[in-house]
Design a protein around this ligand. Structure first.
Ligand SMILES: [Zn+2]
Ligand SMILES: [Zn+2]
Ligand SMILES: [Zn+2]
Length: 325
């Protein structure tokens, strides 16, 4: 993520800021990727803390318009969970817009989001995260930090965040767009990930019953990626987004490290995935070291192999080429 500037006083602004230290109320224009004061703010600004601006004639921003169902706001706390999830969604969408996905001049289909809480006015309901035919369902229980940690520990995962969930589910959506609209995507996909038409339900049932096959680390970024080619893609593409954002954010903050790219490098414009991966892994190792200074978990707690690097490179190449359809 870039670091932005106040249109009034030029002070640094972070992606989430609603107000500058100088007192100016600012909005983030997602199309121009800058902060402005001269465009209408999203109607969810006061209720959800959305700091994006709207296109002419709209009342909601590009991100809020993708949400078609929100949680039951009669339940106290659901508004806060929803606001946190929308903030993570904006962050993920802003990165994809750097590659050209979902920007105003990109007219392909958008994902639709159902942001659902388990607590409703009529009792608890079960909510399954997932993607199906363009619809992404997010379980807002995961916006609660203690609940997210509980699930992470239960599943034995080293990393679990809202941003990670959005990247994973949107990756499933992008698979559909690429498989319809991008010449050559499907055969190339199968070369890397295998046949995605194999029985998905049976594969997931097997994964939850038996866990990943031994040696999964050789070819998969996470254990879950070993469950089915669709999940392998979603996990790999989510990691490709993480690694690009890690590199972009590191450089935006003015940091440097041996073998890290020079200032001015644009991770989203890199045409050679191997170069970006080299940079990202160097930075990841350096940042893990920094996090350990205060006892925080590693920033990027994953080890990649030649096989997973190939999959990440494949994902980076296609993420950087938005297609119509
Ligand atoms: Zn200012
Ligand atoms: Zn909005
Ligand atoms: Zn998935």
């Amino acid at each position: 993520m870039k670091i932005f500037h106040c249109p009034g006083c030029n002070a640094d602004l972070f992606f989430e800021n609603l107000v500058c230290g100088c007192g100016l109320a600012v909005g983030h224009d997602p199309a121009a990727q800058r902060f402005v004061t001269d465009q209408p703010f999203c109607a969810n600004r006061d209720s959800l803390g959305c700091n994006w601006t709207c296109a002419p004639g709209e009342t909601l921003c590009e991100s809020c318009r993708m949400t078609s169902v929100h949680p039951d706001l009669a339940v106290p706390g659901n508004d806060l969970l929803w606001a946190k999830a929308e903030a993570a969604k904006r962050h993920v969408l802003a990165g994809l817009m750097r590659w050209g996905w979902f920007s105003p001049d990109e007219t392909g289909p958008r994902p639709e989001f159902h942001m659902l809480a388990e607590a409703t006015a009529t009792g608890m309901v079960e909510v399954s995260m997932g993607h199906a035919a363009g619809l992404v369902t997010i379980n807002l229980a995961e916006a609660d930090a203690s609940e997210r940690v509980r699930r992470r520990e239960m599943l034995g995962e080293p990393y679990r965040t809202l941003i990670g969930h959005f990247r994973h589910e949107i990756a499933h959506f992008l698979f559909e767009r690429l498989s319809v609209g991008a010449d050559g995507f499907v055969p190339a996909f199968r070369d890397h990930f295998g046949d995605e038409t194999q029985d998905y339900g049976a594969a997931l049932a097997r994964h939850y019953e038996q866990g990943p096959p031994s040696g999964w680390q050789n070819a998969h970024v996470t254990p879950y990626a070993a469950a089915h080619p669709h999940e392998d893609w979603a996990e790999s593409a989510a990691h490709a987004m993480h690694l690009t954002d890690i590199t972009d954010s590191f450089l935006a903050a003015g940091l440097s490290a041996a073998e890290a790219p020079a200032p001015g490098y644009d991770a989203f414009a890199e045409a050679e995935p191997a170069r970006l991966l080299d940079a990202a892994f160097t930075i990841g190792v350096a940042m893990n070291h920094v996090n350990r200074a205060v006892g925080q978990p590693d920033l990027y707690p994953f080890v990649n192999t030649a096989r997973t690097r190939e999959k990440l490179g494949f994902a980076l190449r296609w993420l950087a080429t938005p297609t119509a359809g």
